[in-house]
Design a protein around this ligand. Structure first.
Ligand SMILES: [Ca+2]
Ligand SMILES: [Ca+2]
Length: 249
């Protein structure tokens, strides 16, 4: 029997050691090693790697997939595709963004894979990672907001957040304010469809804070809970009494 294995994992111009281990159904194993010296030059495929911010989530709760760990030996522009049900069809993408937010409507186990293509067309798929989706328990889940450097727009920030109200928020508003001057914030972006739960923003010329709030029916929901358990504005329960939304640009 002859089989072929493709791999993007090699270093050109030096000896690379590989070992193949085969198992039978009883667990007996046999290993065969070989050394290959790939020529210098040419293109090597990308090396896909990703992580999920939440491998355990409720149904319809946002899960952020981040392929930012992917590398390419030629440091080429990469495009990303996602197979969200591990059936071999990559139904999301291709996109030049390494981030993808998704959710699943039913509880159960899901396997997700990433496929990356470099600018020469070399394409490599990752192994799958498993996600566990739990039955929803109703509204009131506090949002987690993450902040990082934008991978697509140098000098900008990427805001990533989770849905804060299961099933009840259909959009979001992003506010920017000056640190130390609470309620100095003004609206800088808003959406009425709730997706994507990722936005790049140009940071202000000051020490800024950001608020991302869910929006339902034109009113602003809760800002969520602070780490000390308090909520702003005081007296509002999570996803409870709304405050009127400020005008969005
Ligand atoms: Ca390449
Ligand atoms: Ca698929």
């Amino acid at each position: 029997m002859t089989s072929f294995f493709r791999t993007p994992y090699f270093d050109p111009g030096v000896s690379n050691n590989y070992e193949i281990v085969t198992y039978d159904r009883s667990g007996n194993a046999i290993a065969v090693g070989t050394t290959i010296s790939p020529p210098v030059g040419g293109n090597a495929g990308p090396r896909p790697a990703f992580r999920a911010y939440r491998s355990l989530a409720f149904e319809n709760e946002n899960i952020l997939l981040d392929a930012g760990l992917t590398t390419d030996p030629q440091a080429e522009m990469l495009s990303y595709e996602w197979d969200l049900d591990d059936d071999g069809t990559f139904e999301v993408g291709p996109s030049t963004s390494a981030l993808h937010a998704t959710s699943f409507p039913d509880p159960g186990r899901r396997r997700v894979r990433l496929r990356v293509t470099d600018s020469v067309g070399a394409q490599v798929a990752s192994t799958a990672i498993a996600l566990r989706i739990l039955p929803a328990t109703g509204p009131g889940t506090a949002a987690n907001l993450m902040l990082g450097k934008s991978m697509n727009s140098p000098g900008q920030l990427t805001l990533m957040w989770e849905q804060s109200c299961l099933g009840s928020a259909d959009g979001y508003a992003i506010y920017e304010g000056t640190l130390g001057e609470f309620e100095s914030h003004v609206a800088i972006d808003c959406s009425d469809d709730g997706i994507p739960l990722i936005e790049d923003v140009a940071p202000g010329p000051f020490d800024a804070y950001y608020l991302v709030v869910p929006v339902g029916g034109g009113v602003e929901g809760s800002y969520g809970l602070e780490s000390d358990g308090k909520e702003r504005p005081a007296g509002h329960s999570v996803c409870g009494l709304p405050r009127m939304l400020e005008p969005c640009p």
